[in-house]
Design a protein around this ligand. Structure first.
Ligand code: NAD
Length: 285
């Protein structure tokens, strides 16, 4: 069994981005600038935005975080997004989700100019992705593709089972694996006899948010297991009081898999680097 190491690969890609930014600086070209909108004070959202800001600084991007009170109206937030759409200094914009209940997330996502939509959530980018045309790809599945490519994993003709059909992971992941010439099966909460699919899969991508769901009995020998799940589980032995658990039961899957992503240190760091790659792409477009 071999590890698909997201820490190592993301570090390698980060150095490439850093180098490209340095070259742009030396040549007097525009430095990528990512803006993030954060509404309210949800702890997890603040952590995610903080990490994205830190990532930007590390590679030499400019970053701006616009913080708004949870009482902001939908119309006011739309006006703020439009201001950024029209600001030529800013190349990429993300609106951290979830938003307060009185704001329609779909309307906000669709207000972001698709040319600055580095999260790849705008319907224009979703359509381009399904057609296999250049676009911003959602960070998590894009990061997984980068990981697979780094390790030169053969995907052509492989049967890939994606568990989960969310707009941010499962659905775009299946489109991207199809683009990589896999035969793709999408399983979800209504799938009957899910194990009959996973046992026949060359590649299993688990993105359902149930810790330890995929176990060794559910995969075939030599399978490639990509674990997207990250769930906080109480753990008294940790200083923080919790541990991060993936959707795969690592111990039992590792005994049969040819390749596996650990949690943490697999898909998570790849998601972060993918957003930086999209932002770099935005300034070049
Ligand atoms: P989601 O809740 O939006 O979607 C979960 C999907 O799993 C749904 O489509 C549902 O049909 C399916 N599902 C639920 N129960 C199932 C079952 N018993 N059998 C089969 N399918 C089932 O979640 P999401 O946003 O796609 O995220 C999934 C997981 O990935 C979560 O743990 C999340 O925290 C994690 N995640 C990790 C990263 C990362 O960077 N590592 C990024 C995004 C999401």
């Amino acid at each position: 069994m071999q590890i698909l190491d997201g820490n190592i690969v993301s570090k390698h890609l980060r150095a490439q981005v850093q180098e490209e930014v340095a070259q742009r600086k030396a040549a007097g070209k525009k430095i990528p600038h990512l803006a993030a909108i954060l509404v309210g004070n949800d702890g997890a959202s603040m952590t995610y935005v903080g990490a994205k800001e830190k990532d930007c600084h590390e590679v030499g991007f400019h970053s701006t975080v616009l913080r708004f009170d949870a009482s902001i109206t939908e119309a006011e937030l739309i006006a703020e997004v439009e201001k950024i759409n029209n600001n030529s200094e800013i190349d990429g914009l993300i609106v951290q989700l979830p938003l307060p209940k009185h704001i329609n997330e779909k309307r906000i996502t669709e207000t972001i100019s698709w040319e600055k939509d580095v999260d790849g959530f705008h319907p224009m980018n979703v359509g381009l992705m399904f057609k296999g045309l250049p676009c911003f790809l959602p960070a998590t599945p894009f990061g997984i593709i980068k990981l697979i490519e780094h390790y030169q994993i053969e995907t052509s003709g492989m049967h890939c089972v994606v568990i989960g059909r969310s707009d941010i992971v499962g659905k775009p992941m299946s489109a991207m694996m199809l683009q990589k010439n896999c035969t793709v099966t999408i399983c979800h909460s209504k799938t009957k006899d899910l194990t009959s699919f996973t046992r026949n899969a060359d590649i299993v991508i688990a993105a359902l948010g149930i810790p330890g769901f995929l176990n060794g009995d559910m995969i075939k020998d030599g399978a490639i297991v990509i674990d997207v799940g990250i769930t906080r589980v109480a753990d008294a032995t940790k200083k923080s009081g919790f541990a991060l658990k993936g959707d795969a039961d690592y111990e039992s899957c590792a005994t049969k898999a040819a390749w596996i992503t650990p949690v943490p240190g697999g898909v998570g760091p790849m998601t972060r680097i993918a957003l930086l790659l999209n932002t770099l792409h935005a300034v070049k477009a």
